[in-house]
Design a protein around this ligand. Sequence first.
Ligand SMILES: [Zn+2]
Length: 53
Amino acid sequence: MGVSLMTRTDPYTPRERRPYECPRCGYRTTAADGAGSCPDCGTHLADLGVPRE
Ligand SMILES: [Zn+2]
């Protein structure tokens, strides 16, 4: 039947905004699909994963 073993679909990935933090200056933001770089210092933002309260 199925032969598409190379498919990288992830049914558990939520389409929600996740928090990102700059490991250098502490800048925080949220993004749904990657936050890119810090607007202050240009460091790649780290994915914090599950939002904390
Ligand atoms: Zn920064």
